[in-house]
Ligand binder design. Structure first.
Ligand SMILES: Nc1ncnc2c1ncn2[C@@H]1O[C@H](COP(=O)(O)OP(=O)(O)OP(=O)(O)O)[C@@H](O)[C@H]1O
Length: 432
């Protein structure tokens, strides 16, 4: 698939910007802080409904504006779909597909991207949450229905944690064999503790049910990803070491070898294990008032040769490992869907030595569409020569090689149509 045109309005530093795109490589060049990543981020947002840089929507909206609009014309298997998102901080996104309003989640799957950016170093060096998010985002890119399962699981964990916290004074004293204190509101402490335990059992069932599905999906995904990861890392690093990923859950640790052998347990088995683990940690959970077991506590253990990557790998190795994970995701989606996701390489070449740059360029040169951002054009390997657009202070100077793409834009009424979105191209100044 590829994006034929990207428009943004009041997104980050851009009052408006129109970016004609097409199959092949497009490079955005410009000095630091000019707005290159902002455009890469907009593309990623259209695909995942989230930013690779921030957890909330507020920074995405241009300072002083109320909402941002991002719109993309996506071509997949010869069919074009117009995807449009209106981002208003604190409110649910409004979405349109081919101009018809839809729920934002229905947009997922229309545009698939694999975005590699400096923030990805956290995949190797950061907290487990970074690696969980990597897996879950990839699950959703593979099959959008996992967005719903993930959301449901988060809701269950949140409610169960709130219950543990609120019932903690009653339950913890009872667990220690003492009589619960009379509540400040004069509530009967025994009745409160009984009721909390009853409700907790209901949440246990829900957590185990939905958690087992998520766990099963993650284990299968990691099993499928393993060979691509090993191959991608070997290629990027010129065979210096073998990269592997194993799943560490609060229930069990699946080694890369077990995963490769296809030993993913069935959902029902995982559900029963989760229920048993919840029962085993009940006293600890009650004591601490937090939810201690489930996929939200899990991690992916990355290793290079015999050593764990985290804490041992060099900066360059960590960087290459993160790149290997993204390239593996690209290959997995390509094979699964029979349609290339759009590959976004945001500011990545400056970090790689010349050998790794050239090998990366060779690996991605046949992708249907690649968007590259770079502060220094010379950092981009010659094998990725394509169209170049210059980005200056929140505005976009469309490169000369784009005449063909501009012709397509002129034929399409979609990109000119806008209620409150973008209208014009190049010369929008951030200060206007
Ligand atoms: N919500 C916002 N409103 C206005 N300006 C913003 C907003 N968010 C970010 N910016 C501005 O956007 C600019 C950063 O843009 P971006 O991250 O795309 O830069 P870049 O060209 O990729 O730079 P680098 O080469 O350093 O990575 C900064 O000047 C920042 O102040």
């Amino acid at each position: 698939m590829h994006v034929r045109h990207l428009s943004v309005a009041d997104f980050r530093s851009y009052p408006v910007a129109e970016l004609p795109l097409g199959p092949g490589v497009t490079t955005l060049v410009g000095l630091n802080g000019q707005g290159k990543t902002n455009l890469a981020e907009a593309l990623g947002y259209l695909s995942t409904l989230s930013s690779h840089r921030v957890a909330t929507d507020a920074p995405l909206v241009r300072f002083g504006a109320e909402r941002a609009v991002v719109r993309g014309a996506v071509v997949s298997r010869g069919r074009e779909t117009m995807v449009e998102l209106e981002i208003t901080p604190g409110r649910a996104n409004r979405a349109r597909l081919n101009r018809s309003p839809v729920r934002a989640r229905e947009v997922l799957g229309t545009l698939r991207t694999v975005l590699f950016a400096p923030e990805d170093l956290a995949l190797v060096k950061g907290d487990p949450g970074e690696r969980r998010r990597f897996l879950d985002d990839l699950l959703v890119a593979r099959q959008p229905r996992w967005a719903g399962v993930r959301q449901e699981y988060d809701r269950i964990v949140k409610q169960r944690s709130a219950l543990l916290k609120s019932a903690q004074p009653y339950l913890a004293r009872r667990a220690r064999g003492r009589r619960p204190r009379v509540g400040a509101e004069g509530l009967d402490p025994q009745a409160e503790a009984d009721s909390a335990l009853h409700t907790l059992a209901v949440w246990d069932g829900q957590l185990a049910g939905v958690g087992a599905q998520l766990l099963y999906a993650r284990l299968r995904l990691l099993r499928d990803l393993g060979p691509y990861l090993a191959a991608a890392y070997a290629e990027v690093s010129d065979g210096q070491s073998s990269a592997r990923a194993a799943y560490r859950s609060s229930l069990r640790q699946e080694s890369a070898e077990q995963l490769a052998a296809g030993a993913v347990p069935e959902v029902e088995e995982l559900r029963e294990e989760l229920l048993a683990s919840l029962a085993a940690v009940r006293d600890q959970e009650v004591e601490r008032g937090v939810c201690l077991v489930g996929p939200h506590r899990d991690d992916v253990v990355l290793s290079l040769g015999e050593l764990p990557a985290k804490g041992y790998a060099s900066h360059g190795e960590s960087w290459s490992f993160a790149l290997g994970l993204r390239l593996a995701a690209f290959q997995l989606l390509r094979t699964d869907l029979g349609d290339d996701p759009v590959l976004v390489l945001d500011d990545v070449f400056a970090e790689l030595d010349s050998g790794r740059r050239e090998r990366l360029a060779a690996m991605v040169a046949d992708a249907e569409q690649v968007l590259v951002t770079a502060a220094v054009p010379e950092d981009v390997p010659a094998a990725l020569a394509g169209r170049t657009h210059r980005v200056t202070l929140g505005s976009l100077e469309v490169g000369e090689a784009l005449e063909a793409a501009e012709d397509v834009t002129a034929q399409s009424p979609d990109t000119a149509e806008s209620a409150d979105g973008p209208q014009d191209v190049e010369a929008a100044d951030a200060s206007s």
